[in-house]
Design a protein around this ligand. Structure first.
Ligand SMILES: Nc1ncnc2c1ncn2[C@@H]1O[C@H](COP(=O)(O)OP(=O)(O)OP(=O)(O)O)[C@@H](O)[C@H]1O
Ligand SMILES: [Mg+2]
Length: 426
């Protein structure tokens, strides 16, 4: 039995009264019910449209599309009414053929170039390249063609905001705003928790649903209240807090021209708290042999106190990584040298801010470079896409090395609070 939230019912009423536009965007906070209702609407609408028309559903990637939309749609309309195959990149919804596409796949724009579409569905539209979206719109050439999309807000300079939302009047464009409190189907405790997971610009965007710029100091609370984040000795801290360092990761950022080599050791505890343990900052041109020796000494120093580690090193430097792997083997170092994942910067920032907001992040006082880097990191004032200033005036190397340490546990660290933590780090 389907039950709509009042906000969702309003939207269904627009459809019933034929008041939808050619382009229909559902935007706003996380968990506000956008995706859920957009799929219901999409299914109802497609069912009323020509059987021989061509339809398309797309997300950043096909896996995202499946995870966010296809499984839910199948749940909503039943497997008899919606079947899909990612391998074939197509599905059938009430007998209509639906093409499936990943907007960020290298050749995706050229693949949709020749099509004539009756309808399109876009998940998380701000993640699409603008040229893909423009091409998609030009493909909606059948009479009565429509597009349905959902998104969270981003920067006010984002192409979707300036070129579409701000021009809604000229464009046959319906823009419906959702906030988290519109989702009356959610458990209030869950809502309280999720509100606590976002701080700063992310709170404004993902909870309040506003298009705001990321500007100024990135780790505001750390910069203002640094002392609250510092500890003298991680092992003593663990004893006093009934916690235990479960994993040790050494993040490595290799220096290029004008940047430093940085080793950062980080501990992740049983309770999913992050402790910056030790660091080595090598601020000069150094030959590979000497760098290998410094790495060997650092791994031994960390192991003597905290035990075995994994190393995550900047994957852009495969030759240097090979050197570290050989050194680790030759010196029998208790570490495994692997590539860093190098996730997107805004995802890394989001995680660090979350850890700070939840009192799950502490830095050993001797990590002076990391402390300085976190206190001084700012958004690039000349850019509007959440870029960190990287002009040599701030210590990006220390931030990179630290973030490489967290990436292997990204999902677990982010989802803390939603699941019991005991079972997660195994
Ligand atoms: N009418 C409804 N009945 C039951 N559950 C609902 C309803 N609307 C939304 N939900 C549930 O609420 C949760 C959040 O909804 P949804 O995923 O649609 O939010 P969203 O706005 O797309 O969020 P995000 O911005 O994070 O993608 C989901 O678990 C969804 O199944
Ligand atoms: Mg969604």
């Amino acid at each position: 039995m389907i039950r709509y939230t009042p906000k969702q019912r309003d939207l269904m009423r627009l459809w019933q009264h034929n008041e939808l536009c050619r382009l229909n965007l559902l935007e706003g906070s996380v968990s506000s019910g956008k995706t859920w209702i957009s799929l219901v609407l999409w299914a109802f609408w497609v069912k009323t449209m020509p059987q021989d028309g061509l339809y398309m559903m797309c997300a950043k990637s096909l896996t995202t599309l499946k995870r966010n939309c296809l499984l839910l749609l199948q749940d909503q309309v039943g497997e008899n009414n919606f079947k899909f195959s990612l391998a074939a990149k197509e599905g059938y919804l009430f007998g209509r053929r639906i093409l499936l596409e990943g907007a960020n796949d290298a050749r995706s724009e050229s693949k949709i170039r020749g099509l004539t579409l009756q309808g399109a569905y876009c998940d998380e539209l701000t993640q699409f390249p603008e040229d893909f979206f423009a091409m998609l719109l030009s493909r909606l050439r059948m009479p009565g063609a429509k597009l349905f999309a959902t998104t969270n807000p981003d920067s006010p300079m984002h192409w979707l905001k300036t070129n579409y939302i701000d021009r809604a009047d000229e464009l046959d464009f319906l823009d419906v705003k959702f906030t988290i409190d519109d989702n009356t189907e959610l458990d209030p405790e869950y809502v309280t928790n999720i509100k606590r997971e976002y701080v700063g610009v992310y709170y404004d965007r993902f909870i309040l649903g506003n298009w705001v710029l990321a500007e100024g100091i990135i780790y505001r609370d750390f910069a203002d209240n640094t002392e609250d984040y510092l500890i003298d000795d991680p092992l003593t801290w663990c004893r006093e807090n009934g916690d235990n360092i479960r994993r040790v990761v050494i993040g490595v950022d290799f220096g290029g021209t004008g940047s430093a080599n940085k080793f950062q050791a980080t501990g992740i505890t049983d309770k999913l708290t992050v402790l910056a343990l030790d660091e080595e900052y090598i601020d000069k041109a150094i030959d590979p042999d000497a760098l290998n020796r410094r790495f060997s000494a650092f791994v031994e120093r960390v192991a003597a106190v905290y035990g075995a580690s994994q190393t995550r090193a900047d994957s852009a430097e495969q030759i240097l990584i090979r050197g570290f792997q050989n050194t680790a083997k030759r010196d029998r170092l208790p570490t495994t040298v692997l590539n860093a994942k190098k996730m997107e910067i805004h995802d890394r920032i989001k995680l660090t801010l979350l850890l700070m907001a939840q009192n799950r992040f502490y830095v050993c006082r001797k990590c002076e470079h990391l402390i300085d880097a976190l206190s001084t990191a700012i958004y690039d004032p000349k850019r509007f896409d959440d870029t960190r200033l990287d002009d040599g005036t701030t210590d990006i190397d220390s931030l990179d090395a630290f973030e490489y340490c967290l990436e292997p546990f990204y999902e677990q660290l982010l989802k803390y609070g939603q699941k019991p933590y005991q079972s997660i780090l195994r």
